[in-house]
Design a binder for this molecule. Structure first.
Ligand code: SF4
Length: 240
């Protein structure tokens, strides 16, 4: 899920490819690992750590449905179509009675709506009722249309104990810029982030990096002078 211009999200600034020898790579990894990232990220947590997720859900059921719908669409759009959908299908139990086609009038303008309609109606039939919505990564990712990132968002917003960190397109972009992680693989980025930040901060971590990417650390022209991390950010140090 993300906000704004879709093509903008993928327009990473072009970077020169730098080949590192094993010694340089080991040195960089050691520097990343020994840095006190919790301390460095505290100004970011202070700014964004208690922000509510932009999806305007009222319960666990609505959260799950909206997270599935928001994949490759904007939270703002999903917030606009959700009230009518939830008026007609107020719970898993009601949704379980629907066919995928029944959902089209409500979600027809959502990206990839036909697949999402199949996933949601199948999920509703599997889960049956709201109280049965899973609370673990393993069970959530077993449902159609829910990957690891979506499962982490659902757990984070439900108040469940986090089993990982939320790594969306924003986190994927800003983490290597800051210097807290390297690479482009979401699973590897998540591992590096959660190794450096204690579990009790994982919810704040996910929300903070996402909001940083949405509002300040944009794909092009990041607003570094106003960023709470400009004192520790590698990208800013190199470019500034
Ligand atoms: S200092 Fe600039 S590049 Fe670094 S995280 Fe902040 S906005 Fe992004």
């Amino acid at each position: 899920m993300y906000e704004g211009n879709r093509s903008d999200e993928n327009s990473f600034p072009k970077k020169k490819i730098v080949h590192l020898n094993p010694f340089q790579l080991r040195y960089i990894m050691k520097t990343i690992q020994t840095h006190d990232w919790l301390e460095s990220l505290k100004p970011l947590f202070k700014k964004y750590g208690t922000r509510k997720h932009p999806l305007e859900h009222k319960n666990h059921y609505q959260l799950l449905v909206m997270v599935v719908l928001s994949a490759r669409d904007s939270d703002k759009h999903i917030n606009s179509i959700a009230p009518a959908l939830f008026e007609r299908y107020p719970s898993m139990k009601e949704l379980a009675k629907a066919t995928p086609e029944d959902l089209y009038p409500y979600i027809g303008k959502v990206t990839n709506f036909s697949s999402k309609a199949i996933w949601l109606t199948e999920t509703a039939k599997v889960v049956g009722k709201d109280e049965n919505i899973p609370h673990t990564i393993e069970e959530l990712t077993a449902l159609k249309g829910i990957g690891r990132k979506s499962a982490n968002v659902i757990m984070s917003e439900s108040g469940d104990e986090m089993e990982g960190g939320i790594v969306d397109l924003h986190t994927l972009r800003v983490s290597p810029r800051i210097g807290i992680a390297i690479g482009t693989n979401p699973v590897k980025i998540e591992k590096q982030l959660t190794e450096k930040i204690p579990q009790k901060y994982w919810k704040q971590l996910g929300m903070s990096l996402t909001f940083l990417g949405r509002e300040i650390c944009r794909p092009t022209n990041p607003k570094c002078p106003e960023c709470p991390l400009n004192g520790v950010c590698e990208y800013y140090r190199e470019k500034g």
